[in-house]
Design a protein around this ligand. Structure first.
Ligand SMILES: O=C(O)CCC(=O)C(=O)O
Ligand SMILES: [Fe+2]
Length: 340
């Protein structure tokens, strides 16, 4: 994984956001392991504690979503069963990113019904020519709080590696977030959890970012494939401008050298995540993600004792430490006084 190879971003060239063959320096690949034979303590020692990415296979075989949400395509590849979504999960409106339009640091967001999303997808896939070129849908259904909206439908079970999740546990148990009459009346989810479903056609993508609160995330491909490009936290400064205000939006675009003078020094770790594979995204790693096929994924953000120091903001951390020091100093003084 340390061999340096400057690769043409060939997979990215197929993408909507793909520029004219921009090269980013890829220096390694994400390790891939059989999740069935990995123990929890190995996962902790090798990935969670050292904060390193990994792809785990063999963990989704019993998930109902892998059957219900897909149908068999060519080459053992499954494809999204869009009518199933329109029929069974039609009620609330969903958030959709338009991958062809930038708005500040993210894609432009729209809200629509599931039926509208599916209709748009079908309309656009019908206009793709026989050569395979054309405009597939640039709409990317993201951040759909599926578990919260359909608690009785068991689409998947969280693999044991990711169940020690203080973020979602807290939100589940916090009464303030439940039973709001107003929220029920408006048919809205009152407070969000961090468990999501994503559905995107080939070519949809997620701009460069590090995850909310610098939490961990895991992401499972129910069907489809994703290309991930990761940057280790020790290199985060390379994708910021001089004032550390804005960061690069699309690493495959012509990134202005004037604005981001250090960008070309960045060394990327690449991963092609296949159907039914789960990727572990460690805290604070910037990543940009492309759907190489029509893809459905499930992902959670979470934290626990191993990444709490990433999540608690520096200010809070410094405050906690200074308060702890004051208490320790008082205790020390007290002990000295007692002893003398
Ligand atoms: O799949 C995507 O498009 C983005 C997923 C992501 O950023 C994550 O799981 O942290
Ligand atoms: Fe992310």
């Amino acid at each position: 994984p340390n061999s340096h190879c400057e690769v043409r971003a060939s997979s990215m060239d197929q993408m909507d956001g793909g520029g004219a063959g921009r090269r980013v320096k890829v220096v390694g690949k994400v390790e891939r392991l059989d999740g069935q034979s990995l123990t929890y303590s190995e996962f902790v020692d090798r990935f969670m504690k050292p904060n390193l990415p990994v792809v785990l296979t063999g963990l989704t075989s019993s998930w109902p979503s892998c059957e219900d949400w897909t149908f068999a395509g060519p080459d053992d590849r499954r494809r999204p069963n869009l009518p199933f979504f329109a029929q069974n999960f039609s009620s609330p409106r969903v958030q959709v990113a338009d991958c062809s339009a930038r708005e500040y640091t993210d894609h432009k967001r729209l809200e629509m019904s599931m039926q509208e999303f599916v209709d748009h997808w079908v309309r656009n896939s019908n206009t793709v020519s026989s050569s395979g070129h054309g405009e597939a849908s640039s709409l990317y259904l993201k951040d759909w709080h599926f578990v919260k909206e359909y608690p009785d439908y068991v689409a998947y079970t969280t693999p044991p590696f990711f169940v020690d999740d203080w973020l979602n546990m807290y939100l589940d148990s916090h009464p303030m977030h439940r039973d709001s009459d107003i929220a029920n009346y408006k048919n809205e989810v009152n407070c969000d959890d961090y468990r999501f479903v994503y559905i995107g056609a080939k070519g949809t993508w997620t701009p460069l970012h590090a995850d909310v609160f610098r939490s961990y995330s895991w992401s499972a491909n129910v069907c489809g494939r994703k290309l991930w490009l990761f940057l280790a936290p020790s290199q985060s400064h390379l994708i910021f401008d001089r004032n550390l205000r804005s960061s690069v939006y699309d690493i495959n675009e012509d990134v202005s050298e004037k604005q981001f003078p250090e960008f070309n020094k960045a060394e990327w770790i690449e991963c092609i995540q296949e159907q039914n594979e789960i990727i572990f995204v460690p805290s604070g790693w910037y990543h940009q993600v492309y759907n190489l096929e029509d893809t459905i994924s499930i992902n959670h953000n979470w934290f626990n004792a191993y990444n709490l120091h990433w999540v608690v903001s520096r200010r809070v951390y410094v405050k906690l430490i200074s308060q702890t020091n004051i208490i320790l100093a008082k205790e020390y003084k007290f002990t000295v006084e007692l002893a003398s």
